[in-house]
Design a protein around this ligand. Structure first.
Ligand code: GLN
Length: 533
């Protein structure tokens, strides 16, 4: 097994995860089997309980793990499907160590960061190695070199490298080369210092990825090479990408990142096969059509809160030869000023998942606007619950209809707590999570788009469609066309009379890939395009 560990220096949000994922693409397209994972030094057991303001989107895996959004990059950039083994946090590490201590596994010993915590971290790398038939494991370490929380991880990796042999381990360090306007100069000092920090711990990077706004010339490369003790060709510029993030593998290929890594690890392969990837990038960068789609949410100002949704729209746009311009609409504004002002300029509306009652009424108004004007509507998770509440209130006359999440006393609980949730009192990892099968009604629009009547989709919710209202809804035109295999849980509602009105309880955005767009997103963008014409 070969291992690549990706660390970051200087600042966060450098695109370290993107660089790691892009390396994954290149190695995979060289015919290697690649597994990607992330180690996060924070103390939460998983990011499931963090607000999008803290952390961006929570990305859900097949097995129900709630993980860092970088795992979304990994699954979009490589073909691997990840599992809960692939996102380790300090919270999990300490939880395990403390459990072992209570059990008596360390009887007699003082339990310490070194060796007990570092052993636990290394053990995860060995466990992942056991669990996979991959040729290469790429592990990104969250945070920035120098963070106190990150130290045990770096120390564990230093030990690990000695245990499995230097020839099997490569370190890739991503840093920022800031441009100082007044001096009109790119500065290498922060990079030098962050590499010095790594070397203090006993890790010498093999490659430095230099994120910068401007091209990095030979002199700067030489300087970094000299001060950081690496070959000049291993200083890899990663200049801001203007078109699409899916160009990242191509940009890094131009800098020979893949061959540098393969040489370092003694991996012999052909050059990467990127025809399909290049075609996809070309479709994203040079589309024929353009369409505006409104995403109505409450975390709209945050780029990362609906990451997978935005990416899925890009994938679906490419499949329709269309540039999707996402118009981010704050549901709070619709609540205050009405839907017309914000929604009349877009061709379709998507309401994503969410929790908590802020902005809910604005979302309900948006759903009503879409239903009544025939504008394509795509509801995801909370967006499905919103569509149901709106229909109950305004098409069925069920006054005060609501979800018991937002109004526990509602006279019409059209969305209510899942039976299995009724006695759940803790918040972490207790929702209905992960991949579950849904059966689709033959002849429904969803079945038509999927081209099948059984689908597996990822979930993350506590509340569900209340089937006591099903026949009333169906009489008025909202059909439940997808359910769990036993028929008990509502998975998809549609309005067949409407040009495009589909709302799903699951999260299709977690399975869309740039080269394999999700069929519902693809159909939705096609409908938006149609309604624009
Ligand atoms: N808050 C809703 C629920 O728990 C929707 C969740 C979501 O959109 N992910 O069911």
């Amino acid at each position: 097994m070969k291992y690549i560990f990706v660390t970051g220096g200087v600042v966060s949000s450098l695109g370290k995860g993107l660089a790691a994922a892009a390396l994954g693409t290149l190695l995979e397209r060289r015919g290697l089997k690649v597994l990607m994972q992330k180690f996060d030094p924070y103390l939460n057991v998983d990011p499931g309980t963090m607000s999008p303001f803290q952390h961006g989107e929570v990305y859900v895996l097949d097995d129900g793990a709630e993980t860092d959004l970088d795992l979304g990059h990994y699954e979009r950039f490589t073909s691997g499907r990840l599992s809960k083994l692939n996102n380790l946090t300090s919270g999990q590490v300490y939880e395990n160590v403390i459990k072992k201590e209570r059990k008596g596994d360390y009887l007699g010993a003082t339990v310490q960061v070194i060796p007990h915590v570092t052993d636990e971290i290394k053990q995860r790398v060995y466990d992942v190695t056991e669990s996979t038939d991959a040729d290469v494991i790429i592990t990104e370490i969250g945070g920035t070199t120098g963070d106190i929380e990150g130290l045990p991880f770096l120390e564990a990796l230093r030990q690990f490298k000695d245990e499995v042999g230097h020839e099997n381990v490569a370190f890739m360090h991503a840093t920022l080369i800031p441009y100082i306007k007044a001096a009109e100069e790119l500065k290498t000092k922060p990079t030098q210092q962050s590499v010095a920090k790594l070397r203090e711990i006993g890790i010498a990077p093999d490659v430095i990825i230099c994120r910068s706004e401007y091209p990095i010339d030979q002199d700067i490369k030489k300087k970094i090479s000299m001060f950081c003790n690496i070959k000049p060709e291993a200083v890899v510029p990663f200049v801001d990408i203007k078109g699409t993030i899916y160009e990242a593998p191509l940009k890094l290929l131009d800098q020979n990142l893949d061959s540098i890594i393969c040489d370092r690890l003694g991996l012999e392969t052909e050059a990467p096969e990127l025809i399909e990837w290049r075609n996809m990038v070309d479709r994203i960068v040079n589309p024929t059509h353009s369409v505006k789609i409104g995403v109505v949410g409450k975390y709209i100002e945050l780029q990362d809160a609906y990451k997978s949704i935005y990416e899925s729209l890009t994938h679906a746009g490419a499949a329709n030869d269309t540039h999707v311009e996402v118009v981010r609409i704050d549901s709070g504004n619709i609540e205050e000023e009405g839907p017309e002002k914000y929604l009349s300029e877009v061709s379709a509306i998507l309401i994503p998942g969410g929790f908590g009652d802020r902005g809910i009424e604005g979302k309900i108004m948006a759903a009503q606007y879409a239903r009544e004007t025939g504008m394509p509507y795509f509801g995801i998770c909370l967006g499905m619950q919103i569509a149901t509440i709106e229909f109950a209130r305004n098409a069925c006359g069920l006054e005060g209809a609501h979800s018991t999440e937002f109004d526990p006393e509602t006279p019409h609980p059209v969305i209510c707590l899942l039976e299995e949730q009724k006695n759940v009192e803790t918040k972490g990892a207790t929702m209905r999570l992960g991949t579950w099968e849904a059966r689709l009604a033959k002849g429904s629009r969803s079945a038509e788009l999927y081209g099948k009547t059984s689908v597996n989709e990822r979930h993350r919710h506590r509340y569900e469609f209340n089937q006591n209202y099903r026949s009333e809804f169906e009489d008025k035109g909202l059909q439940l066309v997808g359910t769990s295999p036993n028929g008990q849980l509502g998975e998809i509602v549609e309005i067949p009379e409407h040009p495009f009105f589909i709302a799903v309880q699951f999260h299709p955005e977690f399975q869309s890939k740039p080269t394999e767009p999700h069929p519902l997103f693809k159909g939705f963008v096609a409908a938006a395009l149609e309604s624009r014409k």
